[in-house]
Design a protein around this ligand. Sequence first.
Ligand SMILES: Cc1cc2nc3c(=O)[nH]c(=O)nc-3n(C[C@H](O)[C@H](O)[C@H](O)COP(=O)(O)OP(=O)(O)OC[C@H]3O[C@@H](n4cnc5c(N)ncnc54)[C@H](O)[C@@H]3O)c2cc1C
Length: 799
Amino acid sequence: MTLPSAARTVVIGGGVIGCSIAYHLAREGRKDIVVLERSKLTSGTTWHAAGLVRRLRPSATLTKLINYSIDLYGELERETGQATGWTQTGSLTLATNQDRLTNIKRQVSLGRAFGLEAEVVNAARAKELWPLIETDDVIGAVWSPADGRVNPSDVALALSKGARARGVRIFEDTAVTGLQKKRGRISGVEIGEHVIEADEVVIACGLWSREVAAMAGAHMPLYACEHFYILTKPLAEVQALGKGAHLPTLNDQDAFLYARDDVEGLLVGCFEPHAKGISTRDLPADFSFDLLDEDWDHFMPMMENALRRIPALERAEVRMLLNGPESFTLDSQFMLGESPEVPGLFLMGGMNSTGIALAGGAGKAMAEWIIAGEPTMELNEADIRRFSPEMNVLGALEARIPEVLGRHYDNPYPGRAMETARCQRRSPIHAGLVAAGAQFESRGGWERAVHFGGEAAHLPLSFGVPAWRAQVGTEVEACRNGAAILDQSAFGKIMVQGPDACAFLNHLCAAQMDIPEGRIAYTQILNARGGVESDLTVQRHGPETYLLIVGAGEVVRDLKRMRETRGDFRVAFTDVTSGYAILGFAGAKVRDVLQATSNTPLPDLKRFHFAPVEIGLARGWAGRLSFTGEEGFELYIPADMAMTAYEALLAAGASHAGLYASGSLRIESGFRAFGHELTPGTTPHEAGLGAFCAMCTGFVGEEALRDHTPARRIVSLLFDDPDAIPIHDEPVYFGGEVVGQITSAAWSYRFGRSVALAMVNAPFDQLAANQVVAGFDVEIACTRYSARAALKPAKEAFQ
Ligand SMILES: Cc1cc2nc3c(=O)[nH]c(=O)nc-3n(C[C@H](O)[C@H](O)[C@H](O)COP(=O)(O)OP(=O)(O)OC[C@H]3O[C@@H](n4cnc5c(N)ncnc54)[C@H](O)[C@@H]3O)c2cc1C
């Protein structure tokens, strides 16, 4: 087979991910696909993976993708004749402390939203299931019978066989050395002197993906870590199980360990707290079926944990300490999607040690995205557009990625934050917030103030009543009755200018954009299916000038969509995020405090209007709107004057509030947030925002919304029991059936109980009659809590 000079789609990388994407593209009917692998199929990371596949995951998206993978791995042999080694062994996850038990129970509850059954068991039952373990310290466990394992190389080979059978051409020993673009779009790949022209190129190069993406000027922030497991020689205790019998996969996350039987011996791996990063510069250029050096000093603390848990290991002869490289991402979620910088270039990687489990589902999702031109399912948390090019700084990756591996088994407590690569992006008033005692979380590279009680009011983290509840209560009170500054400077700001700015925005956004100067419109950007791609406010500054205020972290996504939608419109757009601070200013006293900073009279602003203001020595503009639903302004101030304005506000009596306070107020007010209630798979009508759609401006998605009757709706929930602490994604029941999931939750200081927003698909008749409907239950860590629901905001419905 000779290399072609053109192909419709070129997939670079013949690991499990590249093979899965090629297989699914072909299965979806795409023709003329070429896979290029610089060495042999599976020779990168895939061949030495442990092959564990666990269904219960902390998020809905991951759970769905892995469920699909498992179904596929069970069927591939029938289709291709190549076994995948899929063995349904079940998995056993131990808890040795109450928080771990809560966390694994939370996962059981989440699984129930998808019909996954798992059982909470005691230590005695855990020992029955895994007779080799010591269970003295085990306080409970979860038995998940549907989990299992595969042979990773065989999965990749089965996928490649299925792909070949559908016409995919696979070339081994073929390294891509360059990428070509025409007018900014990907146009081909270089293999030395040879060029294959292509409409689309997919990078699935594992830990080498970042460098390959850079060949086209695209960003793909990932970095590798060393990843260890031991393999023992046969052990009598494992042999005693009998031929063909297997142990379940064991997860002992409190000891940072996983284990399974392996050829009559054991495989014991770890996610150790102090991981070792490794640069691709330190790997040989011809790294293929290679491993990294054993490092017993590094592994020894994990070995000691393993010996405590599985005493039989004392008698085992260790065959090898396997050390292989795997790539991780800044937020421990894998990434996929079309490059924001280079149309036609698709990227998938940073699998965070779940690449085998995810390959089937994620490969299908990627293939569908390539064919449809946009995601066909809920992929927000994995979407590459959550990473801006600023996050692709090598120094940040080197600092953060070992921590990501090290915290793989951390309990995902609310308030948990990474400690490394901090302060990459700071608000112009950051120093003031520090002085005021802010506790920060790192989100999208930004330091975001979550409350002002410092560490003393933050720790210890908990799934129950958080340490900051009282502190946030005072901040909520200030947002209602005082004058609280909420730093929103991380919000994206995009300037749109040109003779066709109005027409362009009317095409891009669902609301009417032909608004008078000085007005603000609240709107969404939709996809062709009517799903929400962004939630934003738009200010009209002049006949041809608008400013878009978009979610923090949505700028990359929005700019990409704007470029795709621009067509012949004479319009330019510029990211001005770093140029301005945004200070939310909430509470009954904001007008008086703002006026006290300046002798220039404050304009008498109606809602959703803005006008220039002077704040002490600074000049900016104020919009009358708020993210909390309380009385207030948003103040927009040039970055270099922000500190001056902030100091003037403080001197006039302003106080502070953080994200936790604004989140609580937002949910009480029923305000929807992107990534929670609003996603590319949710229409404005489902979110209760249909009234904001102009339905006459020809916006993208308008057709899909005509005659659209939503089959599910966002509702407000108020819990009956003050002990109910929902976080996110919990299943919602009505009449004993799962009818939806929580999308946002917080403590309500107004009601003294938790409030939440949830997407539910019943009971519409009662909800539509504008009633408060009782009889809902929400399952949190295997306990059901009753709640009432309403379509209206909680603060109006549940008085
Ligand atoms: C010790 C260990 C244990 C693991 N255990 C599990 C587990 O139990 N369960 C699980 O789900 N996951 C596990 N993983 C993770 C899993 O192995 C990876 O997520 C997965 O293999 C990644 O697949 P990939 O296709 O992205 O990368 P790779 O398998 O590395 O494939 C990338 C391919 O791209 C090729 N390539 C690179 N550059 C070029 C170029 N310029 N031109 C052409 N080709 C190129 C490489 O040669 C390579 O073959 C484990 C990983 C390790 C290290």
